[in-house]
Design a protein around this ligand. Structure first.
Ligand code: NAD
Ligand code: DAU
Length: 337
């Protein structure tokens, strides 16, 4: 029997990269295709351990390049699409929204057309809890799959737009889709522009850590491997057309997160520097994952064990993060402050 083919878009980035490794190792009977443009956020150094495996393949392409993507899908006849590729950083969407529409909205529509053209078994669109907007600080309130979409940043607006297109391709063309909406991820290979890896890398270098506003905004943290397991489950068991929220009930203020990292590394809290708040900064995100749990998913990390493992990983993999924060990223960071 022919091997099943899974194309993972954005497989050179943080979550897509972890997902590619998870699938290559778990399913030797599948061919895994990593489709990525290798923007500033993508690198292939993270795939050294799998690059020579028979079931791993890399294709460099822009998901918004209609001609290239239609031709690739026609040639390879993928069975499954796990769509992670995106511009993912909220701060960048505030300074340069255009590329977010180009990649996240138009790129998703090109992929939907390509998937429709060949008739895939499943298209999983990896989205975000940020499409629901923000919650206030009442700890009994959560985002459910029924929460109305109210995105506040150009990033989350572009993700919400792509969610609506994915939904429409199911309603109009019966494309077998699922949409997943996950809370904040952390773990190995997280690009150091995001709060957790930024804090770890800067504290290790005895550099100040910029905390936006008063540091009281809350995020709901999930280890990336728990997210990968959720996508694997939805890919195989998700009911067509359904949305699944992904989260592990690990709410922390930004200040708590930063202090945990500083204290674990035995450094001084004087490294914290309060800076101007992010424009339109969402107060709180918190996920109700009941629907996904009913499908059979359960997170394996709590925040304490996950953050300790992640800090160890950054200590052991300094060469990876030093390499990705040199060059273009360094120029970007220096322009922020
Ligand atoms: P990331 O920025 O680390 O990686 C994005 C990847 O997409 C990179 O490898 C990049 O090269 C690639 N890419 C960008 N534009 C492309 C294009 N035009 N064509 C092909 N490839 C392109 O992102 P991430 O944090 O791993 O997020 C992955 C997905 O998960 C995104 O869709 C994001 O919205 C979603 N998500 C992220 C989080 C989180 O906490 N990071 C939480 C929930 C959902
Ligand atoms: O909720 C899921 C989302 O989580 C994903 O959809 C996004 O792709 C991902 O980037 C992430 O968005 P956030 O904006 O929540 O993540 P970020 O790491 O940029 O910021 C986390 C919190 O920390 C947020 O409240 C802003 C704050 N922050 C961030 C940075 C980079 C700081 O205080 N200082 C910083 O330097």
């Amino acid at each position: 029997m022919a091997k099943k083919k899974i194309v993972v878009t954005g497989g050179a980035g943080f979550i897509g990269g972890n997902f590619v490794q998870y699938m290559v190792n778990k399913y030797p009977e599948y061919d895994i295709y990593n489709l990525d443009l290798l923007t500033y956020a993508g690198d292939l150094a993270k795939h050294k351990d799998i690059e020579n495996k028979e079931n791993y393949h890399f294709v460099k392409a822009d998901i918004a390049d209609r001609e290239a993507i239609m031709a690739l899908f026609k040639k390879e006849k993928f069975d499954y699409v796990a769509h992670f590729a995106a511009e993912s950083h909220v701060d960048r969407s505030i300074t340069d929204p255009g590329i977010f529409v180009q990649t996240n909205v138009l790129g998703t529509q090109v992929l939907l057309d390509a998937a429709k053209q060949i008739g895939v078994t499943k298209f999983v669109h990896v989205s975000t809890d940020e499409v629901y907007g923000e919650l206030d600080f009442d700890p009994t309130t959560f985002f459910t799959e029924e929460t109305p979409l109210q995105p506040n940043s150009p990033y989350s607006a572009s993700k919400a737009s792509s969610d609506l297109l994915v939904r429409a391709y199911h309603e109009t063309f019966h494309l077998p889709i699922n949409i997943t909406r996950c809370s904040n991820n952390y773990g190995p290979f997280h690009f150091p522009e995001k709060l957790i890896p930024l804090t770890i890398s800067r504290v290790l270098n005895d550099e100040k850590v910029p905390v936006y506003g008063d540091g009281k905004n809350i995020r709901d943290w999930l280890h990336v491997i728990d997210h990968c397991a959720a996508i694997d489950l939805v890919l195989h068991e998700g009911v067509n057309g359904e949305v699944y929220n992904v989260g592990g009930h690990n709410e922390r203020t930004n200040l708590e997160v930063v202090k945990t990292i500083i204290n674990t590394l035995g450094k001084s809290e004087d490294l914290i520097e309060f800076v101007a708040d992010r424009l339109g900064h969402d107060k709180r995100y918190a996920i109700d994952p009941t629907k996904l749990e009913q499908l059979g998913w359960k997170p394996t990390y709590n925040f304490e064990s996950g953050i300790a493992q992640t800090i160890d990983w950054y200590l052991e993999n300094k060469c990876w993060w030093e390499q990705v924060i040199s060059g273009e990223y360094k120029k970007y960071f220096d322009q922020q402050y």
